[in-house]
Design a protein around this ligand. Structure first.
Ligand SMILES: C[S@@+](CC[C@H](N)C(=O)[O-])C[C@H]1O[C@@H](n2cnc3c(N)ncnc32)[C@H](O)[C@@H]1O
Length: 193
């Protein structure tokens, strides 16, 4: 089937007021895994344009908070969301203002060069950095979602997830485009380290 940038999720996102069709990926994973709940602090890595944050904010309520970061500025604003233009590799815990993270989301995608080995290595490094942040700042019992690309390194990331979380599984939401090698690893209930 030919790639259709304006598929049914694109049109649905417009109708529902979401900034991107990616909203439905998180929506589906939230319904299935109960990743976050009212009052939580959600750290959204690679937040731009802001669709995942929009999905999270719907559930977090007035006592919840989204802290998002991206290389690009996030134009979207909300009372209980704070966005920072920051490289995840230079993650500065100051943005958490001393609070622990209940749920860590990463939909980050490294810029591609077209050279498969280089792209896979970049993507692997980015996943490693998300896991470093999860190790340090995610609460015991907290949940995590990480976008990865199927490939030789994916198994190594699975292994780190199994070490860090009581339960970990791969999941491909319906809104992931057909033929895409993109997949998510979901880590549930971080172990006490
Ligand atoms: C697929 S988009 C995220 C879409 C977002 N989840 C949404 O629903 O609106 C991937 C994002 O990852 C960001 N990104 C890639 N590498 C990054 C890095 N090292 N640090 C921070 N953000 C990064 C990109 O700038 C891009 O905006």
């Amino acid at each position: 089937m030919a790639f259709n940038p304006k598929d049914r999720f694109f049109h649905k996102a417009k109708a529902d007021g979401y900034l991107a069709r990616s909203a439905y990926k998180l929506d589906e994973m939230q319904k299935k895994f109960k990743l976050f709940r009212s009052g939580d602090l959600v750290l959204d890595l690679g937040a731009a344009p802001g669709a995942w944050s929009q999905v999270a904010l719907k559930l977090l309520g007035p006592k919840g908070l989204v802290v998002g970061l991206d290389l690009k500025p996030v134009e979207f604003t909300a009372a209980n969301a704070k966005f920072y233009q920051m490289d995840a590799f230079n993650f500065d815990s100051e943005i958490l203002e001393g609070r622990a993270v209940d749920c860590l989301l990463s939909d980050m995608m490294a810029n591609t060069t077209g050279f498969r080995d280089v792209d896979q290595a970049r993507s692997f490094d980015l996943c490693g950095q998300v896991l470093n942040i999860a190790e340090k700042y995610l609460k015991t019992g907290g949940n995590c979602v990480l976008k990865i690309f199927e490939g030789p390194d994916a198994k190594k990331i699975d292994e780190r997830f199994r070490t860090l979380f009581q339960e970990s599984k791969r999941y491909k939401p319906e809104a992931v485009r057909k033929g895409s090698i993109e997949i998510y690893i979901v880590g549930l209930r971080k172990k006490a380290l």
